[in-house]
Ligand binder design. Structure first.
Ligand SMILES: *[C@@H]1O[C@H](CO)[C@@H](O)[C@H](O)[C@H]1NC(C)=O
Ligand SMILES: *[C@@H]1O[C@H](CO)[C@@H](O)[C@H](O)[C@H]1NC(C)=O
Ligand SMILES: *[C@@H]1O[C@H](CO)[C@@H](O)[C@H](O)[C@H]1NC(C)=O
Length: 250
């Protein structure tokens, strides 16, 4: 049943190139809501699939997403930090609410708004920090982005009717706003009060990085993620993509 509707969307999307100049009469019920609902369905099944991942494409489980061990080496100006993260777990990647999903066939554009109550990371860390002085620290860490609002739009093209319906992403606009950032890193200092202060600084830094650099993030996503998406899409049609993320549908 669903595949039939998918075929309908692809035809509609492909046809939209031709329909660009034609405004639909406003009193006829549009198929748009149906298409919005199908994309919502695909995202919902994507959330479920995130628990297992997509092993056939080398994508591990994403909910939770776990990394056993990762070394890091980070340097900027005077500051240099090397170390390792162990037993890292990211939770909440599949716990989002779809607040808006609306496809505009005439403009070849999908607007979306997703809300994450809490996207969080738990890990053990060990760090060697050089910043004029030397400091070696380790312990547990918890970081969370709460009340996270991701909104934006994706512009696409579907090629010409009668071709193989190649999907191309033309641009991605993404706004990210984190309502609250939690940082709870143990043992940054052996003094409890100083540790709390340092965590406040980390939380403030993350919050500013996300909330005040929206243009930077948006440009980065558009220039980096757009070509990656198109690479991944390759010669696939929109139906292939929807089947792939939704884990096939019948
Ligand atoms: C981490 O995120 C998950 C998923 O959103 C949530 O269920 C859990 O309560 C969060 N953990 C903490 C400590 O906030
Ligand atoms: C804090 O870090 C120091 C230096 O790595 C380490 O010796 C100590 O065991 C750590 N304390 C905790 C509670 O992890
Ligand atoms: C989410 O962010 C977008 C863009 O910044 C904004 O238009 C929208 O109102 C926000 N939603 C909520 C629930 O705050």
């Amino acid at each position: 049943m669903k595949s039939l509707s998918l075929v309908a969307i692809i035809l509609a999307l492909a046809g939209s190139q031709a329909a660009k100049l034609v405004e639909p009469p406003s009193d006829i019920p549009s198929p748009l809501n149906a298409i919005d609902n199908i994309i919502v369905d695909v995202l919902e099944s994507c959330k479920l699939r995130m628990v297992e991942g997509w092993p056939q494409y080398g994508i591990p489980p994403l909910a939770p997403f776990e990394i056993q061990h990762k070394n890091f080496n980070f340097g900027t100006g005077e500051l240099h930090a090397t170390g390792a993260l162990d037993s890292l777990v990211v939770q909440g990647l599949n716990e989002f609410e779809i607040r808006t999903m609306s496809v505009n066939l005439i403009l070849s554009r999908i607007k979306f708004e997703l809300h994450f109550a809490s996207l969080n990371l738990t890990t053990q860390y060990e760090a060697d920090v050089e910043a004029g002085y030397h400091m070696a620290r380790g312990g547990g860490a918890f970081l969370a982005l709460e009340d996270l609002n991701m909104s934006g739009q994706i512009k696409y093209s579907t090629g010409v009717v009668g071709s193989n319906n190649n999907l191309r992403i033309k641009g991605i606009e993404l706004n990210i706003v984190a309502g609250n950032v939690v940082s709870n890193i143990e043992n940054l200092s052996k003094y409890r009060i100083l540790n709390r202060k340092l965590n406040e600084i980390v939380a403030e830094f993350i919050s500013l990085t996300i909330n005040e650099n929206t243009d930077f993030v948006a440009d980065w996503v558009d220039s980096t993620v757009t070509p990656i998406c198109n690479d991944l899409i390759g010669d696939r049609s929109l139906k292939d993509i929807l089947d792939l993320i939704g884990g096939g549908s019948e």
